[in-house]
Write a protein that binds this ligand. Structure first.
Ligand SMILES: Cc1cc2nc3c(=O)[nH]c(=O)nc-3n(C[C@H](O)[C@H](O)[C@H](O)COP(=O)(O)OP(=O)(O)OC[C@H]3O[C@@H](n4cnc5c(N)ncnc54)[C@H](O)[C@@H]3O)c2cc1C
Length: 398
């Protein structure tokens, strides 16, 4: 395996760093969930999406015809690394137009859908912002049990049901939604479809669910006789399960950005302990060294998955492997960071007051965010089940 970035990729890294210098003050706090919660933060993030779109970086790996730059896997990796390290906001277009809605649509969507929705995402426009509607009150890890019904009536689907934990629904124009289209299918996995829902449709009600620190990040969404044109079906009716598994594999491929985010946190912690003198304590040195090993290992795993993808190989269980590992590393970073900065990590998790903030609010972000990130996109247990089945070839355990 050769992980060396080529000259073109390294030149891109330089350009991104210049962009960061000009556009992203590095004294800005990096608390978690603030974008979706706070109107000003959201506006800042959308403004950044627009700038990234104008350069072409927002969707750089997409084909030019849909607003991309045809960038290589390695160029995309550089952007992921730099975005993670410098905390560049606005790359998602909601949760997440760029990372899985667009790529899945390219695989399964009709030409009309690609022409309509992909350039909207690539433009960084508020009308290109998406949320993802999978989870329901009785369907989380067992997603195939979802009950939200989409009934075909003439040239429309009529949707009734409820979604829950829908991140950024209150900021989104569209929902990438999993529905039950065949309630009589023998296997529950076989009756599902992916349907695009306009969040402005009549019959859609969004209610906030405050998260562990009181931020408005999640929502529940109620659908009452929502009429959706049949052309909003993505791929084949009742083939949703396969499409959803692909979309989730895209969603779980976050480890490279996460490892550089970890690297930044580590750099900041090391600097902090130098300033406070804490670096003299051997238990602190050990813990920081331990973190450094984990973060580098995570990066190598993520690069291996990218390397396989760059050769056109299928990446099947690797995103789950990397996400499971990241879930643990992130928790560890939050705990070690909290041990180092102490109560500062606890008193103001939303980083409202500058008074309590240390290290740009990054420890608070990790401490309070790690538990949720280990559940989002599938729990760590679910990731381990996938590794067991597809990585180790073990039979399903349930
Ligand atoms: C930050 C965050 C953002 C989210 N954003 C979205 C979103 O935008 N859209 C969306 O649709 N959903 C979203 N979710 C919901 C998320 O996908 C679900 O919470 C997740 O899939 C788990 O489902 P559950 O909460 O119903 O827990 P359950 O599935 O009930 O799991 C409970 C516990 O049982 C374990 N468990 C369950 N089944 C098994 C098994 N077969 N083997 C071993 N252990 C098992 C789990 O690991 C977990 O510990 C988000 C969640 C979080 C925390």
């Amino acid at each position: 395996m050769d992980f060396k970035y080529d000259e073109k990729a390294e030149a891109l890294r330089k350009q991104i760093r210049e962009f960061v210098k000009e556009n992203l003050p590095q004294d800005k706090e990096r608390g978690m969930f603030s974008e979706e919660h706070d109107d000003d933060e959201w506006a800042f993030s959308m403004n950044m999406s627009k700038k990234l779109s104008e350069i072409g970086w927002l969707t750089m790996s997409w084909p030019k015809a849909y607003g991309g730059m045809d960038a290589s896997v390695w160029e995309r990796c550089i952007l992921g690394e730099e975005a993670g390290y410098w905390g560049i906001p606005g790359l998602g277009m909601g949760v997440s137009g760029t990372a899985w809605v667009g790529p899945s649509m390219m695989l399964f969507g009709t030409e009309e859908q690609k022409k309509k929705y992909l350039p909207l995402i690539a433009s960084g426009d508020p009308d290109g912002v998406w949320c993802t509607g999978y989870s329901e009150p009785d369907a989380g890890s067992d997603m195939a049990s979802l009950q939200t019904r989409a009934e075909r009536v003439g040239d429309e689907y009529i949707i009734n049901g409820q979604k829950v934990w829908t991140s950024a629904a209150h900021r989104s124009r569209w929902c990438w939604m999993a529905c039950r289209t065949d309630p009589d299918a023998k296997r529950k996995h076989d009756g599902l479809s992916v349907i695009i829902v306009d969040m402005k449709s009549e019959g859609v009600t969004i209610r906030p669910i405050p998260n562990i620190i009181g931020a408005h990040y999640f929502n529940e969404i109620f659908f009452k006789d929502v009429r959706v044109p049949a052309e909003n079906l993505v791929g084949k009716e009742n083939n949703g399960w396969n499409q959803l598994m692909q979309a989730l594999a895209f969603e779980r491929g976050i480890a490279l950005g996460a490892s550089s985010r970890g690297m930044r946190l580590l750099d900041e912690l090391v600097q902090y302990t130098k300033e406070t003198g804490d670096f003299k304590r051997s238990e602190i040195r050990q813990k920081l060294a331990d973190l450094a090993v984990d973060i580098r290992a995570l990066r190598i795993l993520a690069l291996e998955a990218a390397w396989k993808a760059s050769k056109g190989e299928m990446v099947i269980y690797e995103p789950s492997r990397d996400k499971a590992y990241n879930d643990e590393v992130m928790e560890k970073m939050g705990i070690i960071g909290t041990e180092i900065i102490g109560a500062y990590a606890q008193v103001d998790p939303m980083c409202v007051s500058k008074k309590w903030k240390r290290i740009l609010g990054m420890i608070e972000g990790n401490y309070w965010g790690a538990a949720g990130m280990a559940i989002a996109a599938g729990t760590t247990d679910t990731m381990r089940n996938i590794i067991a089945q597809f990585g180790l070839g073990l039979p399903r355990g349930y």
